[in-house]
Design a protein around this ligand. Structure first.
Ligand code: PEP
Ligand code: MN
Length: 343
């Protein structure tokens, strides 16, 4: 349920109303915009007498929210959320664009430091790198695990770039203490026990859409994390499985405007896993920027031909630099075409 509060209402009266609602065992979420104040109510709202609430002198209106996702719903939070990352509080969302780049997997100190330096020089705002890898075959490289996280932290010390890396098991959380953004991979999007544990942290969580999951299911997974207390979520479209085989997956770019309509959370796009082919990454990255994505996550390797994972879709650093430049141009053009916002 959402309660729209009349403009000009004194803060004290809003606080009283929130206290009264919470005393009935419900949770609230206050959203104060420039023009309106909204109280989102979560829980079994059948307990609340809609007519009674609607009749209060400070209430402009009451609406039931039919969607099963509440905290992630734009109706609860009309303004775009801005997620702050790392000590430097790098922003994502509401016009702040995240350019995340790095190898599929951390392979060695030399590799991660050299990639980190080159993507930073090309304009990356965060460094990605897998330490725990979800591989289809148990015989494939599974990642350097704890050592991989150590190497990422070293790259962060060298470059100042916040780091993004995937978690597969909640028992590994202590290893992620200094990680800036925890990634939930496509295969774990519906690992609800993992999502609940991540909800107990206050780290930004980058959650990728599952290979065969709907947009609403992605939002329900975000809702799991938010319902456990962590509202720092970045959504990621990374391609879904269709009958098409020319690309690794099919990039569902329409998910970007749909998610923006349904939710206030930032939405980024991964054209590397979506296409699986290095030469298709730049055009799809440009398309993602044109349709309003809040960021990109791109696989970059110093030597793609010898990468231990996902070499075929990895860009060389100089190709990433070209992509980053093209994306800046597209964003500027999109901004002009829309007369929109950009930070
Ligand atoms: C990755 O980012 O390296 C990865 C495994 O991605 P996804 O979960 O989207 O397949
Ligand atoms: Mn990969």
């Amino acid at each position: 349920m959402i309660i729209i509060v009349k403009s000009g209402t004194k803060e004290e009266r809003i606080r009283d109303l929130i206290r009264w609602i919470e005393a009935q065992g419900l949770k609230t979420h206050l959203s104060e915009g420039e023009y309106s104040t909204i109280i989102g109510v979560i829980g079994d709202t059948s307990k609340l007498d809609e007519n009674l609430v609607g009749g209060l002198d400070i209430v402009e209106g009451v609406k039931r929210v039919s969607e099963p996702f509440k905290s992630a719903n734009r109706k609860f939070h009309p303004l775009d959320s801005v997620i702050e990352v790392g000590e430097a509080k790098a922003k994502v969302g509401a016009g702040h664009f995240a350019m995340i780049a790095g190898p599929c997997s951390v392979e060695s100190e030399e590799q991660i430091i050299s990639v980190a330096k080159s993507v930073k020089a090309a304009g990356a705002t965060m460094l990605r790198g897998g330490a725990f890898k979800p591989r289809t075959s148990p015989y494939d490289f599974q990642g350097l695990k704890a050592d991989g996280i150590e190497l990422l932290l070293e790259a962060k010390r060298e470059t100042g770039l916040p780091i993004v890396t995937e978690i597969m098991n909640a028992n590994h959380l202590p290893l992620f203490e200094e990680v800036d953004v925890i990634q939930v991979g496509a295969r774990n999007m519906q690992n609800f026990e993992l999502l609940k544990e991540l909800g107990k942290t206050n780290k930004p969580i980058l959650i990728k859409r599952g290979l065969a999951n709907t947009i609403k299911e992605l939002l329900m997974s975000a809702e799991y994390i938010m319902a456990s207390g962590n509202e720092n979520i970045i959504l990621c479209e990374r391609g879904i499985r269709t009958f098409e085989t020319a690309t690794r997956n099919t990039l569902d770019l329409s998910a970007v405007p749909v998610l923006h309509e349904l939710s206030h959370l930032p939405v980024i796009v991964d054209p590397s896993h979506a296409t699986g082919v290095a030469r298709y990454v730049k055009p799809m990255a440009m398309a993602a920027a044109a349709c309003g994505a809040d960021g990109l996550i791109i696989e970059v390797h110093n030597d793609p031909a010898h990468a231990l994972c996902d070499g075929a879709q990895s860009l060389r650093p100089e190709q990433f630099a070209e992509l980053a430049q093209a994306v800046r141009t597209v964003r500027a053009a999109a901004l002009e075409a829309e007369g929109g916002k950009q930070a």
